[in-house]
Design a protein around this ligand. Sequence first.
Ligand code: ADP
Length: 239
Amino acid sequence: MAQIVCKDVVLGYEGKAVVQNLNFEVNKGDYLCIVGENGSGKSTLIRAMLRLKEPMSGEICMDDGLETDGIGYLPQQTVVQKDFPASVQEIVRSGCLGRFGWRPFYGRAEKERAAENMEKLGIAHLAKRCYRELSGGQQQRVLLARALCATRYMLLLDEPVSGLDPAAVQEMYELLEKLNHEEKITIIMVSHDIHAAAVYADRILHISEEPLFFGTKEDYLKSEIGKTCFSRMGGQIHV
Ligand code: ADP
């Protein structure tokens, strides 16, 4: 069942297209990696899927469940976020705000949901700790728990492993795989890590001014663009 359908979408700024002819769909339970050079429009596409940016033309259709129950979003980490002076619990709970509307306090349902997600991501013991004192990997798990409070259906992640050490990168990928396999949460991830895309994703969207590829990982790895991209990264393919 399609959750997002992107039809003939053109995205750009001030009348100038950045990426055009975007045609793809995301089905429930997919794990889609969006790859492409810097500046090719990956973050712009993420913003468009979050309805933060209007396409210049074409349309992005979403199923009703997503429109109402939201998408969990994990933005790129910024220096400011890393220094955020709030507790883990407060940050995770704030993910519930979009779902329940703004209130000056959290109700029992929100608190339970936040606790459940902290447990799921192995950070329950960090609940009272200050976010900025945590390691990069722990901080990403906090933001992932926060994103999960906003949705049970779909996570959109923008470079979720950048800046993490190799063990934390591995942990993050394993958590996402588990959420995808066990809870059937759809994953859409912008990534520079083409090797991880080859291991974990089931679909690849490779964009530049025109989308170069959309299809299964297996077909991508056989395509000219996929092979070129891999050899440029000095990579072997481990699928
Ligand atoms: P990527 O995520 O693939 O690195 P982006 O989506 O961030 O690419 O950017 C795509 C292009 O759009 C770049 O050329 C960038 O300079 C331009 N761009 C991004 N944000 C804006 C903006 N707010 N105003 C004008 N141009 C922008």
